[in-house]
Design a protein around this ligand. Structure first.
Ligand SMILES: [Zn+2]
Ligand SMILES: [Zn+2]
Length: 353
């Protein structure tokens, strides 16, 4: 089969790889019908993900059709349409029992990182009973595509930010994860969502889709301007909850500066550099920081909201490329060509057919 492989040194290439086979009885093989490229794939390419293993097939966000199941897969069968969870987790260890599936003693972020992922024709998925969410007939592949990764991340971020009805929520970054965070935060009935980004096109999308009430571009005015806008929206207090989904050079500092005392600051961004926590300046602010990665579980609930039309991620899709043109898709995604937010990778199309 065809697969997109990274070399751990900044290089990616389309290669011929053997079709995956069942290794453990809890595995399943999925024929990939739609996958995407995630910013985390770029971080792996840049060598910024210490747990990533070179010479691995990239990709961890996908939907597909179950082809084959191991003997211990109880809840899914060949032919089922499924969204696949970014996290591989056993469901029974200390961490899994507490919902901390990202730290599963037998998994975590494995697909497209430590084991072969989904930017291929087929993928082997461990612990398939935990990894799959069944897609109802009324939901299309593309509508369920982001469920297991960026929508799960937005869902998780909005949950652990402890947003209450009437909260002022600031989301830093109006990229794919920032936008899904706003979508999920909106369901919690906040008084105001403030979106922050350097890209006016992304801010305009957030506002047009009703995901943000106020948008701020720190290009002029920097953190002080964002802080002023958030204070104006919150009776002078600052944000009750901040989700940092940008990972920029000063967005960590922005996150704690725009938070009100006793706020929750969620860091869902993935940084390529260390960040500074200037505790002398922060003393007395009594903040709670919660850091990623996502604990992606219980995705039946957001999928039901997709089916009910209450969560709609279709605005994130900028372009579609078949697997044979995935290198072009990487270039468009990384350079944000034509305002690219997310690309969808469709199955391989043989040239000339
Ligand atoms: Zn991802
Ligand atoms: Zn576990």
């Amino acid at each position: 089969m065809k697969a997109l492989v990274h070399d751990g040194n900044g290089g990616i290439s389309l290669q011929e790889r053997p079709k995956p086979a069942i290794v453990s009885p809890t595995d399943a093989i999925v024929r990939v019908t739609r996958s995407t490229i995630c910013t985390s794939d770029l971080h792996i390419m840049h060598g910024a993900v210490p747990r990533a293993v070179p010479d691995t097939v990239l990709g961890h966000e996908f939907v597909g059709v179950v082809e084959e199941t191991g003997a211990q897969v109880a809840h899914f069968a060949p032919g089922d349409r499924v969204a696949v969870n970014v996290e591989t987790f056993c469901g029974t260890c200390f961490f899994c029992q507490r919902g901390f599936v990202n730290n599963c003693e037998h998994g975590g972020w494995e697909l497209g990182c430590r084991i072969d992922g989904c930017q291929a024709e087929y993928a082997r998925v461990p612990f398939a009973d935990n990894a799959f969410t069944r897609i109802p007939d009324t939901v299309s592949d593309e509508d369920a595509l982001f469920l297991g990764d960026i929508l799960a991340t937005g869902w998780w971020g909005a949950r652990i930010a402890e947003i209450e009805p009437g909260s002022t929520v600031a989301v830093i970054g109006a990229g794919p994860v920032g936008l899904t965070t706003m979508m999920c935060a909106r369901l919690k009935d906040p008084a105001c969502i403030v979106a922050v980004d350097l890209d006016d096109t992304r801010l305009a999308l957030a506002q047009e889709r009703g995901l943000a009430d106020i948008v701020v571009n720190p290009h002029e005015g920097g953190i002080a301007a964002v802080k002023a806008a958030v204070r104006a929206a919150s009776g002078g207090r600052g944000a009750d909850a901040v989700v940092e989904a940008a990972g920029g050079t000063d967005t960590f500092e922005m996150a704690w500066r725009i938070a009100r005392p006793n706020a929750v600051v969620v860091i869902s961004a993935m940084y390529e550099q260390d960040q500074t926590l200037p505790l002398p300046f922060m003393y007395g602010k009594n903040l709670t920081f919660k850091t990623g990665g996502v604990d992606a579980y219980g995705l039946e609930e957001p999928l039901a909201l997709i089916e009910a039309g209450k969560l709609d991620t279709s605005c994130l899709i900028s372009e579609r490329y078949p697997l044979n043109r995935i290198l072009e898709a990487y270039r468009a995604f990384e350079s944000r060509k034509n305002g690219c937010l997310k690309v969808v990778i469709t199955p391989w199309e043989s040239v000339g057919e």
